[in-house]
Design a protein around this ligand. Sequence first.
Ligand code: NAP
Ligand code: GDD
Length: 337
Amino acid sequence: MNKRALIVGITGQDGSYLSEFLVKKGYEVHGVIRRSSSFNTGRIEHLYQDPHESTVALKLHYGDLSDGSSLRKILSLVQPNEIYNLGAQSHVKVSFEQPVYTVEVDALGTIILLEAIRDTCPEARFYQAGSSEMFGKVQESPQTETTHFYPRSPYGCAKVFAHWQTINYREAYGAFACNGILFNHESPRRGETFVTRKITRAATRIKEGLQKKLYLGNLEAKRDWGFAGDYVEAMWLMLQQEKPDDYVVATGHTHSVKEFVKAVFTYLDIDWEQVVSVDPRYYRPTEVDLLLGNATKCREVLGWSPQVNFQELVKMMTEADWELARNERLIQENNQL
Ligand code: NAP
Ligand code: GDD
């Protein structure tokens, strides 16, 4: 019988890549979605209906990390073999504006889910989406699984709680529970308010004459950026091992926001200094200046390595957004006829 996976956060960037990956592997994939007043399943729409078999490849259930009763019902019904907790208020800057909500979803939501699993399907394997934001003001470089955490935002603090809670369920109840400590990973499906996508969207719109300027915050921050499509494989690999454990997933290379800006605008043959300005509104009360991961354990134990490098990621995201901008311009021109 096919394995069953349940993804919380299936509508997000990672949820969509992980769904594709698991469907290809023959899993029966279930996802938790939130009711929204507008359409929120765009990233997984292409998977919802299997084009070859005219059957539903994904099964979606309404639920929320803040609502344990909905999670219990879904878990009892699905009885998944694997559960991936990707659900979160995932924006660091927003977490300063909504700290309590962020902690409710990202920290409490994780323990609500872990308790529901313990009651309904304790044998299921569990993946927790941990973050390099937990390293915050980094205590050593590069960062590994043993580097001390020093979170610098409500988001980072909430993820540290969820990380230790996951370890506690492993040690207290023998749960097969793993933490991925993932460094930043991006794609053409990245939310538009994260810096890489904000840059590729704006730069390509500027190229097509749809926008004049791009306003950014701290250009000096450095991140270890990889491709989301690569990173979901590492999540899956963690749950296929004999023993549950925690793993850093990263490329081992770091670049500043300014370097990302330069790479995108150079690709489009635009002088970035003419169109990019710094707006302090985008600064954070406390910044994470440098992230750089050491994924040796992930490479040696899981056999995982990233396939897309920095320049290829820049090209992939810029090309995808350029296509969107061209279409947007054509629609505008047609409307003017
Ligand atoms: P994302 O695009 O922001 O997706 C977040 C997902 O969580 C969405 O499906 C969202 O649903 C769902 N969600 C939000 N609040 C929820 C709630 N109360 N109950 C249930 N679901 C909820 O994030 P992502 O980039 O795919 O990241 C996936 C996970 O990895 C997140 O936990 C994030 O914190 C973590 N992470 C991400 C990165 C990265 O660089 N991308 C790095 C390290 C860790 P809606 O669509 O309805 O909003
Ligand atoms: N979003 C944003 N918008 N960031 C900006 C801007 C801007 O206009 N200008 C500069 N930055 C800087 C931020 O200050 C930060 O240092 C860096 O760009 C990256 O910001 P984000 O793309 O918002 O990502 P993040 O690193 O804060 O968080 C992402 O990665 C984490 C893993 O390290 C998110 O995906 C988190 O959910 C994830 O855990």
